[in-house]
Design a protein around this ligand. Structure first.
Ligand SMILES: [Fe+2]
Ligand SMILES: [Fe+2]
Length: 400
């Protein structure tokens, strides 16, 4: 028999306040494991912060990566109907008849406990642990009286653990993240890194269907048929990679759509375009003006279509040469450009296609290796950034 503590909540997102209660409960009650049980959320709530259930779960998993006694239990998070605690506890009892459960609730829930569905079943299936704020004004006497009253009414065991009165809430963190504030002091490092990498809880760009159609129409009219098909291939592949790596599909879609916008311009026209719009031309680009289509694409995204999303513009900007330490969208576009379904004849293409969905950094390195070989074999001018990117990924890709 194992003693299990259960901490439920929406964890939208999880923060140090939750972990503090979990640790306190582990230490105070000698649980063998502490289960963190993220709740499903009504669909409208998910829109806030633009994050999916999978992402909310991943943040929780990252948060407890260094907590061997804690586990994330995904039983409720994927439910589309309301999950009632008594039902979850019943399911746990069936699945783990050997375990003894304690259910941790907050002080507020103590007052509303009578209105929970089937409090008597909850009390029968789990001991109740009440985490209460530890401050000098706390009226422990009335709290204890209340737990005694509930215990008598429903026949369960109620215990109290003090928890630090931390000035943190998920609502506050969502607001701070939306403003781009650093919240590293309020949540575990790995959880915050996951949020940053995937651009979660930030104001992300809207999927503007009208704009998408307008861009697509322009591309269809300007680009050669094969280039237009390549563009659509990159767009869909970027979306697939975004799904795989839990990234914003909207950003991936616009990056894919616009990356080769300027490809219909000749070398001379690209040089002229850059001069006219004061876009800087490096010596490498002077030698190989086709490289400029990336810069022009990023410029057009901003100026012509009003897309001022930093990530989308940056991904377009670096899509031909890459850049050391690319962000997730940069890598998604760089890879999608190489592996989209219309591509053929590149060596290792099938391997890179598979690798892209296994380990994106390794796929990026393979693309760089093969691209550099191709540039050298065909004696084309090499942009030094391609080499820098290769050097970076050579030492950063095979870590896992
Ligand atoms: Fe391109
Ligand atoms: Fe391309």
């Amino acid at each position: 028999m194992a003693k299990i503590g259960i901490l439920g909540g929406t964890f939208h997102p999880i923060h140090n306040g939750h972990l503090y209660i979990a640790k306190q409960a582990l230490a105070a009650f000698g649980f063998d494991e502490l289960w963190i049980l993220p709740a499903g959320l009504p669909p409208h709530k998910m829109v806030e912060g633009h994050i999916s259930r999978v992402q909310r779960l991943k943040i929780c998993e990252a948060a407890i990566a260094d907590e061997p006694a804690m586990r994330i239990i995904p039983d409720e998070i994927f439910k589309t109907s309301t999950s009632y605690t008594y039902e979850t506890l019943q399911a746990f009892h069936v699945a783990y008849p050997q375990h003894q459960f304690s259910f941790i609730i907050g002080e507020d829930s103590l007052n509303s406990f009578d209105s929970w569905v089937h409090p008597e079943i909850i009390c029968q299936l789990a001991d109740i642990v009440v985490a209460v704020r530890n401050d000098k004004n706390q009226d422990y006497h009335s709290l204890e009286a209340r737990t005694k009253e509930l215990s008598k009414k429903y026949g369960g065991t109620f215990s109290i653990i003090p928890s630090e009165n931390m000035p943190i809430s998920s609502t506050m963190l969502r607001k701070m993240l939306a403003e781009g504030a650093d919240v590293s002091m309020y949540m575990p490092k790995l959880a915050y890194e996951y949020i940053k990498e995937h651009r979660l809880y930030q104001v992300t760009m809207e999927d503007d269907l009208k704009l998408r159609k307008e861009i697509q129409e322009d591309l269809k009219n300007n680009l050669k048929k094969s280039r237009y098909e390549h563009t659509l291939g990159v767009m869909y592949t970027a979306c697939s990679l975004a799904m795989r790596y839990q990234y914003s599909m909207t950003k991936a879609r616009f990056a894919g759509l616009l990356h080769d916008w300027a490809k219909y311009l000749s070398d001379e026209e690209q040089l002229a375009y850059c001069k006219k719009h004061h876009i800087e031309i490096t010596p490498a680009e002077e030698q190989a003006p086709y490289l400029l289509h990336a810069k022009i694409g990023a410029y057009v995204a901003r100026k012509r279509y009003g897309i001022d999303d930093e990530d989308v513009c940056h991904a377009i900007l670096v899509h031909t040469t890459g850049v050391p330490n690319m962000n997730l969208l940069d890598k998604i576009l760089f890879t999608a450009d190489y592996i989209e379904p219309n591509r053929k004849d590149a060596p290792r293409l099938e391997d890179i296609r598979m690798m892209a969905f296994e380990n994106l950094d390794t796929a990026v390195l393979m693309i760089l290796e093969d691209s550099i070989k191709y540039i050298e074999d065909t004696k084309r001018p090499m942009d030094p950034t391609t080499m820098d990117t290769y050097e970076y990924y050579k030492t950063h890709s095979y870590k896992e």
